[in-house]
Design a protein around this ligand. Structure first.
Ligand code: IMP
Length: 429
């Protein structure tokens, strides 16, 4: 059996948490490789609902769970999350949780900068989650970030703090933010360092060992291909690469370790935050999708924008991210719609095109070309076998497969772990 990499193939919130939880049951190791606490996964197990932002979902089943070097980690948020899920009965120990020693920290000054920039951007705001993710990645590539391995080395930490603040102070002044003194930042870091230290180690070594021992690794992506900093709807994107290729760089393994790439796709489309959304429905149908799908953000509680399934966009994600198979989620939200629509192309300045162009102006100008498809009166809700699906629902799923050029590995039909129709085991390729 091989490894599996799970990524979102739209704009996030496709229901990755549930799929990852399901797969984590069969994996030995679960690894996060990008993003930070901007992510939000909800996992329902029996009467318990767990909300994760930073912790890999493997902690629910006590699997070795790694926060890889590609993740930017707010240590205070991580500790809060550990406490919260402990309060729900989960056991989180250094035996099952590892934080890569070369992962970069998200600091309060990153959150300040994120909020101040968004507040001043007016109509140009990105609609970030406000968690400081963009500024933290900027410091990472600017080579001035504080990393976990720095926390134990007081002398090095002081000089790193000076370097970091030399960059931030002029920015803060320009944005009317209060000064952060080196002493104040050092005191904060000294206070948090011993609390995170038990989890910090060279995570790549554990992964290397696991891979050499043929143990199954699940790479857990956050956000989605259309929010990728290179391939998404730039600049309305997150600040990391969200494609499957990042699993290797963000965990410290070779590219072949990523294994089977499983793209998670909602049976319709949603987006939080600003930015182009060709298949968006700003009408009663969009409202209905949002209500039925309970489309509110896990992290920020924001209402998600909703639209019909956009096959052009997903086909593009399949190609860019090398998606081998799809999980179609929330099919049951479409129960009871008389007619459904699928976006099968875009009209741009009088021409029909079959891809989303890179330019923001073009992305904002494209208009969907719709294909109408018959809805179903029966239920897919809680269906657990292919033969339980109404014929029109099967037709909808098959049409999506045809349009996006990828096979569906499984379909999810409700929030519970068992509300899944499995057609192909991704661990078996
Ligand atoms: P940031 O990642 O907080 O900088 O936000 C940048 C963009 O990515 C915004 O449009 C956010 O709404 C979006 N975003 C970030 N994380 C997620 C997520 O986990 N789900 C959906 N959208 C997200």
């Amino acid at each position: 059996m091989g490894n599996v990499t799970v990524i979102g193939a739209q704009w996030g919130d496709e229901g990755k948490g549930k799929v990852i939880d399901w797969l984590a049951d069969r994996a030995d190791v679960v690894v996060r490789f990008q993003g930070g606490n901007n992510a939000g996964h909800t996992i329902v197990v029996g009467n318990n609902e767990y909300k994760f932002s930073l912790l890999p979902s493997g902690v629910v089943q006590g699997k070795l769970s790694i926060i890889g070097n590609g993740v930017v980690v707010d240590p205070w948020s991580l500790l809060d999350e550990i406490e919260r899920v402990r309060g729900q009965g989960l056991t989180i120990t250094p035996e099952i949780l590892a934080v890569a020693d070369n992962a970069c920290l998200v600091l309060p000054l990153h959150r300040d900068l994120d909020a101040a920039r968004e507040a001043r951007a007016g109509a140009g705001r990105i609609g970030t989650t406000g968690r400081g993710i963009g500024p933290a990645y900027e410091d990472k590539v600017g080579r001035r970030a504080i990393r976990f391995c720095d926390l134990g080395d007081e002398a090095a930490l002081e000089s790193k703090i000076s370097r970091l603040l030399a960059h931030h102070e002029p920015l803060r002044r320009g944005l009317d933010l209060p000064e952060v003194t080196p002493d104040a930042l050092l005191a904060m870091l000294r206070q948090v360092a011993p609390k995170v230290a038990p989890y910090v180690r060279p995570a790549w070594r554990e992964l290397d060992r696991a891979i050499r021992d043929n143990r199954q690794v699940l790479f857990e992506g956050a956000q989605a291909v259309m929010l990728d900093v290179d391939h998404g709807t730039y600049p309305f994107v997150t600040s990391s690469n969200t494609v499957a290729g990042q699993a290797a760089a963000g965990a410290g393994v070779g590219p072949s370790a990523a294994g089977f790439v499983l793209g998670i796709v909602k049976a319709y489309t949603t987006r939080v935050g600003e930015g182009p959304f060709p298949a968006e429905l700003k009408d009663a149908t969009g409202e209905k999708l949002g209500e039925r799908g309970r489309e509110f953000g896990t992290v920020t509680g924001r209402k998600r924008r909703c639209g019909w399934f956009d096959a052009v966009l997903v086909r593009q994600s399949v190609a860019i991210a090398g998606i081998d198979g799809i999980v179609l989620t929330k099919l049951d939200v479409l129960d009871g719609f008389e007619t459904l629509k699928i976006c099968v192309g875009y009209r741009l300045r009088g021409e029909t095109i079959d891809y989303l162009p890179a330019s923001l102006a073009d992305q904002a100008a494209v208009e969907p070309v719709w294909e109408e498809i018959e809805g179903w009166s029966g239920q897919t809700h809680r269906a657990r076998s292919w033969k339980d699906l109404p014929a029109a629902a099967v037709k909808y799923v098959r049409r999506i497969e045809e349009l996006i050029g990828a096979q569906i590995a499984f379909v999810t039909t409700g929030p519970e772990r068992a509300d899944i129709i499995m057609m192909r085991d991704p661990f078996r390729g």
